[in-house]
Design a protein around this ligand. Structure first.
Ligand code: HEM
Length: 198
């Protein structure tokens, strides 16, 4: 008998909602960093122009999604799957996740605020969310926001690459349940193979 995949998280694995947030946002981040990389290294090309026109809209979408995902995570906090490994690794995994979330929450609004305060207004998917108007801050005062946005965003990319690398290490070196729980929802593999200490 085929049973429907559970929507909510459990100790065995992530539910359909968390997995959809995770992989949907992962795809959007690939798109968003493609636009950023082209802007940094191929500015003025047709490809850059094509991707860059989506940077604000996709960036804003990621911001809305991370807030919703955070709320869903909090609603499921008591029944999420535990981290693998000894206490130090579990602590590092939790800290890494908190830092990832913090960066995803902080990076987009820096530029949304800069666009609005500079008087240019804010437009996503062709929809004028905030109309252009009088600037409420000078270019000089707003410049650090762009610097912070750029540095934090590249740091986020580094964290995402490390995060993906660790997930692959769990799957192909340790051969534990970590990655399965985010792909399949649950896993036949043990969480801590070859150990009863954790
Ligand atoms: C999580 C979402 C976002 C990520 C990961 C991200 C990533 C980046 C990165 C890596 C750069 C640096 C590109 C370079 O070095 O040339 C950048 C630049 C920029 N981003 Fe974003 N971004 C996000 C959201 C947004 C949003 C929502 C806006 C607008 C409201 C925005 C506006 C800009 C602008 C205007 C620049 C160029 C800044 C400058 O060159 O002065 N970004 N972004």
């Amino acid at each position: 008998m085929v049973t429907a995949a559970p929507l909510r998280d459990s100790h065995e694995g992530f539910g359909l909602v968390s997995r959809t947030f995770h992989w949907g946002m992962a795809l959007l981040f690939v798109w968003q960093f493609t636009s950023a990389i082209l802007h940094a290294f191929a500015e003025g090309t047709v490809l850059d122009a094509f991707f860059w026109q989506t940077h604000y809209s996709v960036g804003f979408t990621l911001f809305v999604l991370v807030l919703l995902r955070g709320l869903w995570g909090l609603a499921n906090i008591r029944n999420r799957p535990p981290h693998a490994g000894p206490p130090f690794e579990r602590f590092a995994a939790t800290t890494g996740q908190v830092v990832l979330y913090a960066m995803m929450v902080v990076i987009p609004p820096l530029m949304v605020y800069r666009a609005i305060a500079s008087g240019r207004g804010f437009r996503v998917y062709g929809l004028q969310l905030v109309a252009p108007g009088e600037p409420t801050a000078t270019r000089e005062a707003l410049a650090p926001l762009a610097t912070l946005h750029i540095y934090l965003a590249w740091t986020l990319l580094a964290f995402i690459v490390i995060h993906a690398g660790i997930a692959l290490y769990h799957a192909y070196v340790r051969r534990d349940a970590t990655l399965d729980r985010m792909t399949k929802g649950a896993s036949p593999l043990p969480l801590n193979p070859g150990s009863h200490r954790y």
